[in-house]
Every structure is written in structure tokens, then in C-alpha cells.
Design a protein around this ligand. Structure first.
Ligand code: MG
Length: 167
């Protein structure tokens, strides 16, 4: 239950993308200066993709691949904030609101700490929830070759949703 006594649900999301030369690096809706970026059908933003799946999971609305299939040219190269906003609209239509977001970004490089505040602000902006509590933590993924070699970034996110208060 939430503090107001409304039922709460926690959804989980995971995503990973390869880091490749010649692409901008987008993470949490923020462009981060780095020699390589995340490749994917959209802008490859693993954090927002994992967040979308966490929100969809908690509201039983399927997953990001069903909502935004990579066979659809509309989503090619798209800013993942647009996908997040579309998913958020569906979550709200289903009667839920986002109450808390907790994220773990797994990457040896770049280091997350310099970009944490910008990412938190970006997520709040994209959801139009300026006071949403958002936690973003970094792990280096040591012992896993793709991370040790700086060839991938992965992300785990939980989204806590509460049923919207009735007017
Ligand atoms: Mg993805």
C-alpha cells in the first residue's frame, strides 16, 4: 500500500544495448559526451527502455517490444522520451500513476556520477512529474566481459505505481 493507502505495484524492467563507434550516447534522455553510443532501432536509450518496461509491467500492459515493434519504421532512430511519454499515457489510461523510480545503470564507462542529476531531471521532465522521487545508481559490471571491455551498457529499473486517486 502507498502512504495514502492506495494499492501499490512494483514493475521491473531490464535492457541492454551494445556500445558502438560513431553514435551519440543517449542515457535517460540525456546526451552524454562519449566516443561511442548505444545502437538500437530507436536511440538505444537502455535506461528509458527499462523504465518503460517497468511501468508497463506494473500496469499489465505488455512490454516495449509489443507497443513499439522494431519492425515499425515510425520508431526508427526515435528519441526514447517520445516512447516513454506514449507508454506513460497508456499507464495513466489504465488508472495508475508513477510514484517512484529506482534504476541501476551497469556500465564500466562512462561513469554515471557526473550525469546523475541531469538524468533524474530528464526523467521527471519526460513524465511531467517534477517532484517524482527518482533514484539512479551506477555499477561497473566487473567480471562480465562486455562491461569490462566497455562494449555494452545495461540497465535495471523498478517503477512503483499506485492506483490513481478517484476524483
Ligand atoms: Mg532497448
Amino acid at each position: 500500500m502507498s502512504a495514502e493507502g492506495r494499492p501499490a505495484r512494483v514493475g521491473i524492467g531490464f535492457d541492454s544495448h551494445p556500445l558502438v563507434d560513431g553514435l551519440p550516447l543517449r542515457l535517460g534522455g540525456v546526451t552524454i559526451p562519449f566516443p561511442r553510443g548505444l545502437s538500437g532501432h530507436s536511440d538505444g536509450d537502455v535506461l528509458l527502455h527499462a523504465l518503460i518496461d517497468a511501468m508497463l509491467g506494473a500496469s499489465e500492459l505488455g512490454d516495449i517490444g509489443t507497443l513499439f515493434p522494431d519492425t515499425d519504421v515510425r520508431w526508427k532512430g526515435i528519441d526514447s522520451r517520445v516512447l516513454l511519454q506514449e507508454a506513460h499515457a497508456r499507464v495513466k489510461d489504465a488508472g495508475f500513476e508513477v510514484a517512484f523510480v529506482d534504476a541501476v545503470v551497469i556500465a564500466r564507462a562512462p561513469r554515471l556520477s557526473a550525469h546523475r542529476e541531469a538524468i533524474v531531471a530528464s526523467i521527471r521532465d519526460a513524465l511531467y512529474l517534477p517532484h517524482l522521487p527518482v533514484s539512479v545508481k551506477g555499477k561497473s559490471g566487473q567480471g562480465i566481459v562486455a562491461f569490462d571491455d566497455e562494449r555494452a551498457v545495461a540497465c535495471l529499473v523498478t517503477a512503483t505505481l499506485v492506483q490513481r486517486a478517484r476524483p
